[in-house]
Ligand binder design. Structure first.
Ligand code: BES
Ligand code: ZN
Length: 607
């Protein structure tokens, strides 16, 4: 396809990385690390091959809470010589710039370092926090936490390949966002290679008592042995998902696609670490009803991992495309009725988020202005659902055939590159909008990208399956007993139940909840999405029979998306602040820093 488009250079400045201003960039990493559970440290060397190092006096990397023990320069033949370095002033969010002096012959630098026991990316688990009897470690690098376990150029626009050697205690398996072992090494020594260039936020490591089960020639599951059978059942359609994604938007470029099921303290639903998506065990519902999350992380293998947001201000380019893509995968596998439910739930979340943030807040723009803020605070549902809604609007204007061709070409053309909002808009105009007079005016791009709230031209989303749920809700409202809904609800999925629970009047009494609970057994549900939708109702009504289950959930689950609304609901009850603090004090050691960062602030507001 001939196109008038060419990508403007250079990419925009990244306000969240000191290294983004470095005149010298990294190209390849050789990582050599030992994992010590006793001291909760990673220690070893990071050797960075540099691009055109000879032309500059120094290279800058990002670090946070790292101890730098020494740095050497290496020439092209690998000969080492001592060099000097400086660490800049420490910023609580950005950390410290590490500036390393270079010599005319320098091709690489070798940094000897160790992490802090409090490194924000790392979560060290005691055996009791796992499903087994061994300790566990995992990393969470997105958005800007890679620098807390690796001195690196921690900007999503800077990519590198890597090889690693990781030493762990015998009997534990180590996995990375790279080619992975499928079996234990008797000495606990593991080697990894990632031949495709990735940004630092996709660096990942997990260590634990893990086993592997293949699903297809290129897909499989890693999990703790006790969880593995459940997980292989739950994700049986994984190969079908990859095949559907390829059919939609082009070849899968990362060779294998495996899942790692983490212990429940994992702070997110999923993280798209290349070749090895990390997922929460809270999607093991037993009925395969929460696997949309896997489709989401898989879709990031294109939107995000191939074409990458240039800075966190462009986060919607990662997440908005991924949500749209995720629902296309689910539609392909399970039909439009299924995908429609996801669109309706997503749209409802978008409206809540907009209300929460404020209808006219700039944080509801797709293009964000996060400079000088922790990106973790500014990355909201807006990127996901408003981003997806923009693509649905485009779909309604140009039709699926043209939109799909555009997206496929976009991924192919910008593979392994960074993309910022301005460049994307330029490309969108050139490829899709300009050829058709009047189209841009109908779309009103400015309102979407630089304007607040949800623009009025977003297509409405509806769901037939939810219409059936709404009918049952209406019967309930008319005074029909809960049990008489049983026949109609017999084959409802998690999605119908969540829609049902969200549709119940907020003012239900404890007595009415008891009636619902007797019929549908919400309190004893093994489905985390259903529990997370149920507990706010039980808290508001003071329905005591759910208290123990809520407490167990808060002590066990570390997924921030569930924790924040539940603690909020708890805080809003009479005497709730005390109870929330009491539970939080016990639960906090089980949460990742990403979750405690948010929850510490939330609980502090209610002192
Ligand atoms: N990449 C995100 C998780 C993330 C975003 C981590 C920003 C740190 C900063 C991942 O793809 C994601 O979106 N996960 C969602 C699930 C998804 C189905 C919406 C989550 O964890 O809830
Ligand atoms: Zn995502």
């Amino acid at each position: 396809m001939a196109s008038p488009f060419s990508q403007p250079e250079p990419l925009p400045h990244d306000p969240h990385s000191y290294a983004s201003q470095s005149p010298v960039r990294v190209r390849h990493l050789e990582l050599d690390l030992s994992v010590d559970f006793a001291t909760r440290t990673l220690a070893g060397t990071a050797t960075w091959q540099l691009i055109d190092a000879a032309q500059a006096a120094a290279v800058t990397l990002d670090t946070r809470d790292l101890t730098i023990e020494g740095i050497e320069c290496l020439d092209g033949a690998g000969n080492a010589s001592a060099t000097t370095f400086t660490l800049g002033p420490a910023d609580a969010v950005l950390g410290q710039a590490l500036s390393v002096a270079l010599k005319p012959e320098t091709a690489a630098i070798r940094i000897r370092y160790r992490t802090a026991a409090t490194a924000a990316a790392l979560q060290w688990l005691e055996p009791a926090q796992t499903a087994g009897t061994q300790p566990f470690l995992f990393t969470q690098s997105q958005a800007i936490l890679a620098r807390t376990w690796l001195p690196c150029q921690d900007s999503p626009g800077i990519r590198f390949t890597y090889a690693a050697r990781v030493q762990v205690p015998a009997h534990l398996l180590a996995l990375m966002s790279a080619g992975n072992p499928q079996q234990l090494d008797p000495n606990g020594t593991y080697r990894f290679e990632m031949a495709q260039p990735i940004p630092a936020y996709l660096m990942a490591l997990a260590v634990g008592d893990l086993a592997f089960a293949p699903l297809s020639g290129r897909t499989g599951i890693y999990a703790e042995p006790a969880t593995l059978p459940t997980a292989t059942y739950e994700f049986a359609d994984l190969e079908k998902m990859v095949a559907a994604a390829e059919q939609l938007y082009g070849p899968y470029r990362w060779e294998r696609y495996d899942l790692l099921v983490l212990p429940p303290s994992f702070p997110f639903g999923g993280m798209e670490n290349p070749r090895l998506t990390f997922v929460t065990p809270t999607i093991l519902a037993g009925d395969r009803s929460l696997t949309t999350l896997v489709a989401h992380e898989l879709a990031h293998s294109w939107s995000g991992n191939l074409v990458t947001n240039a800075t966190w201000n462009d986060f919607w380019l990662n997440e908005g495309f991924t949500v749209y893509f995720e629902r296309r995968i689910m539609e392909h596998l399970y039909g439009p009725d299924y995908a429609d439910m996801l669109q309706v739930l997503g749209r409802a979340e978008l409206h809540h988020t907009i209300e929460d943030i404020g209808v006219s807040s700039p944080d509801t723009h797709l293009h964000l202005a996060l400079a000088s803020r922790d990106p973790d605070e500014g990355l909201t549902e807006i990127a996901y659902e408003k981003g997806c809604a923009l693509l649905l609007t485009l779909e309604s204007l140009v039709g699926r055939t043209r939109l799909d061709a555009f997206i496929k070409e976009y991924f192919a053309r910008f593979s392994f590159q960074a993309m910022d909002t301005a460049t994307f808009l330029h490309y969108l105009r050139a490829e899709l909008l300009d050829p058709e007079p009047g189209l841009e005016a109908k779309l009103n791009l400015a309102a979407w990208v630089e304007g607040p709230g949800l623009p009025g031209n977003a297509p409405a989303v509806t769901s037939q399956r939810f219409a059936a749920v709404d009918q049952e809700l209406a019967r309930l409202n008319d005074g029909v007993a809960s049990v008489s809904l049983l026949p109609a609800t017999a084959d409802w999925s998690s999605h119908e139940w969540v829609h049902f629970l969200h549709g119940l009047p907020a003012s239900l009494s404890s007595h009415q909840l008891a009636d619902l609970d007797a019929a549908f057994h919400f309190t004893t549900s093994g489905n985390a999405e259903i529990l997370a939708a149920w507990f706010p109702l039980t808290l508001r009504a003071g329905y005591a029979p759910a208290d123990a289950a809520l407490e167990k959930f808060l002590l066990h689950v570390g997924r921030r998306k569930f924790l924040v609304p539940l603690y909020r609901a708890l805080l809003a009850t009479p005497g709730g602040a005390r109870r929330a603090r009491e539970i939080y004090a016990r639960a906090r050691p089980n949460y990742h820093s990403v979750a405690t960062g948010t929850l510490d602030a939330l609980l502090a507001e209610h002192q």
